[in-house]
Structures are given as C-alpha cells and as structure tokens.
Write a protein that binds this ligand. Structure first.
Ligand code: HEC
Length: 131
C-alpha cells in the first residue's frame, strides 16, 4: 500500500505546472527589441560568457549551440545557432530579452546575470554561426 507520506510529494509535483505562471510567449516589446548592444566584448568577457553558457544553456542548446543538448523533448526545439540563418530574424535586443525573461520552456536568467553579461551572451550566441 502507498503511504500518504510518499503520495503527497508526488501530488505536489503534478500540481506544479498548473500553479506555475503560463509560459511566456508574449510578443517582445518594441522598445526592448530596439535596444542596441552597448558593450564592447573582450576575450575575457567572451570567455566568461562561454563558461556561463556551459552552466546555464548547454543542457538545452548544446555545447556548440546546435540545439542538441541533453534535454531533448523541448517544444518548440531550440534553433541551431551554428546555422547562420537561425538568428537572422532576431535583433540583439530580442535575444537579450529572451535570455533575461525566458521563453516557453526556457527559464529566465532574470537577475542572475548582470546586463553586461547578458549582452556578452548575445555576442557569444551570434559567434556560434561564424566560421
Ligand atoms: C530548459 C532548457 C533551456 C535552457 C536552460 C535555456 N534555453 Fe534557450 N530556449 C529553450 C527553448 C525550448 C527555446 C524555444 C522557446 C520558444 O520559442 O518557445 C529557447 C529559445 C532561446 C532563444 C531564441 C531562439 C530560439 O532558439 O528559439 C535564445 C536566444 C536562447 N534560447 C538562448 C538561451 C541562453 C543564452 C541560455 C542560457 C543563459 C538558454 N537559452 C537557456 C530552452 C532552453
């Protein structure tokens, strides 16, 4: 027989998606999309961004940015950043916004990363497509 002690955590787990905020797929505000990248990346800041990418992003987006991380059942699947066409239709401001606020099944970085670090992440993502 299942003891209530074991059933309760399982129930809480199942209830979480319902009580969590709806995945954010709302349109990106124009003023956020038009923000220009204010930073000048250095080799140090890019090395730091790459390290953070390894911690916070690679599990879903893949170590090389090809969208093939260990988490595979993501819908929609992340784009292949190594394809130069993948990020063409997204501005720097939109990438910044998505990384900061999350998108669908992607969790927000929020305030875990400073703005400069977020902008460096934008630069790093674009560099994945460069030969
Ligand atoms: C839990 C998995 C997960 C993690 C962790 C994650 N992402 Fe995502 N990411 C996604 C998914 C899924 C999408 C597609 C979201 C959608 O359109 O609904 C996405 C979308 C994006 C996009 C928009 C382009 C695209 O592929 O659709 C960017 C840019 C992005 N992620 C960057 C990052 C960065 C940078 C990090 C780390 C700071 C990160 N993501 C962490 C899953 C993740």
């Amino acid at each position: 027989m299942l003891r209530p002690l074991f059933v309760l955590p399982a129930l809480l787990l199942f209830q979480q998606p319902a009580s969590a905020p709806a995945p954010d797929q709302s349109p990106i505000p124009a003023e956020a999309a038009h923000l220009a990248n204010p930073i000048k990346p250095t080799s140090e800041s890019q090395a730091h961004a790459r390290k953070m990418y390894g911690y916070d992003c690679a599990v879903c987006h893949g170590a090389t940015g090809n969208g093939k991380g260990d988490l595979t059942d993501l819908k929609p699947a992340p784009r292949d950043f190594t394809d130069p066409a993948a990020l063409k239709d997204l501005s720097d401001g939109e990438l910044f916004y998505i990384i900061k606020n999350g998108r669908g099944q992607m969790p927000p970085e929020g305030d875990r990363m400073k703005p400069d670090d977020l902008w460096n992440m934008v630069v790093l993502l674009r560099s994945f497509a460069k030969k």
